[in-house]
Design a binder for this molecule. Structure first.
Ligand code: KIV
Length: 300
């Protein structure tokens, strides 16, 4: 297996430190942490606000996910997300210069048409500040992955419940529950590792299957709905913080009730405005004493 020279000491930099006191997270650093048995933490960000919060929280990897389609843009799934949309959101995140490693998600049809098209799209992400790309799919993606690596672009694979396959899967259903599909996923994981992926995202698969993948590959696995034995975990930013109305999926744990807390705060401000309580002296500017007489004497 290609090692990419991952030989940095596992101790530095500590990503649990505040973002301003840590160095930029790199691929070798991620692998050093993985080799040292440290769980990797990844979340999504889609704009400067979410990127700054994620980075200040000390996550290791920020993914500009194609989940921007359903989380931020109101689509039912990720299929309508275009390269133009992804570039727009990646640029906003990159402008914050996060210390977390920045990764961009290859949207539907951005890596299916030709090697040239795939390279142009992924290369555009790198030129916009991404350090790596992620793409969905198993063994059939190997030629594209090899071409990306030839162009010095690190790739994270994505197996299991791959949202871009929603039509083939007949919905967002847990994958790998049958013997054949579980074994196929194990084979795919080997092939993506051999092709040079630096990590595998495992989504929506039984915990035992994710544990077996993690045990049988050397590269780190990042799980979402894939149980606790992956090398790291990812959740969508808005899911962790409860920013989306309604109930969460089984694999999500909310660490805040963002939607309700923010709704309550905004409603309180609206009430203050309507009742004349906002703004008051604290939010107002004062006229210099010397200008006051002129204002008092002035008539239209
Ligand atoms: O786009 C996305 O948010 C993802 C998740 C699985 C993290 O790919």
């Amino acid at each position: 297996m290609e090692t990419h020279g991952f030989d940095l000491p596992a101790e530095t930099p500590m990503s649990h430190l505040p973002a301003e006191s840590r160095a930029r997270v790199t691929l070798p650093q991620l692998h050093a942490w993985h080799q040292a048995g440290r769980k990797l933490v990844m979340t999504t960000a889609y704009d400067a606000v979410t990127a700054r919060i994620a980075d200040a929280a000390g996550v290791d990897v920020i993914l500009v996910g194609d989940s921007v389609g359903n989380v931020c843009l109101g689509f039912d799934n990720t299929l309508p997300v275009s390269m133009a949309m992804m570039n727009h959101h990646l640029e906003a995140v990159a402008r914050t210069h996060p210390t977390a490693m920045l990764m961009a998600d290859m949207p539907y049809l951005s890596f299916h048409l030709s090697v040239e098209d795939t390279l142009r799209n992924a290369g555009g992400f790198i030129q916009r500040g991404a350090q790596a790309v992620k793409l969905e799919g198993g063994a059939k993606r190997v030629p594209m992955i090899r071409a990306l690596l030839d162009a010095e672009i690190p790739v994270m694979g994505h197996l299991g419940l791959t949202p871009q396959s929603v039509n083939l899967m007949g919905g967002f259903k847990v994958q790998g529950k049958q013997e054949a599909s579980a074994l196929r996923l194990l084979e795919d994981a080997q092939k993506l590792q051999e092709a040079g992926c630096f990590s595998l995202l495992l989504e929506g698969i039984p915990a035992d299957l994710a544990a077996k993948v993690t045990e049988t590959v050397e590269i780190p696995t990042i799980g979402i709905g894939a149980g606790p034995q992956c090398s790291g975990q990812v959740l969508v930013f808005h899911d962790v913080l409860g920013l989306l109305p309604g109930t969460s999926s089984k694999f999500v744990r909310r660490y805040a009730e963002g939607f309700e807390d923010l709704r309550t705060a905004l409603a309180a401000w609206a009430e203050d405005v309507r009742g004349g309580g906002f703004p008051d002296g604290r939010e107002s500017y004062t006229l210099p004493e010397a200008v006051r007489p002129a204002l008092t004497q002035w008539r239209p």
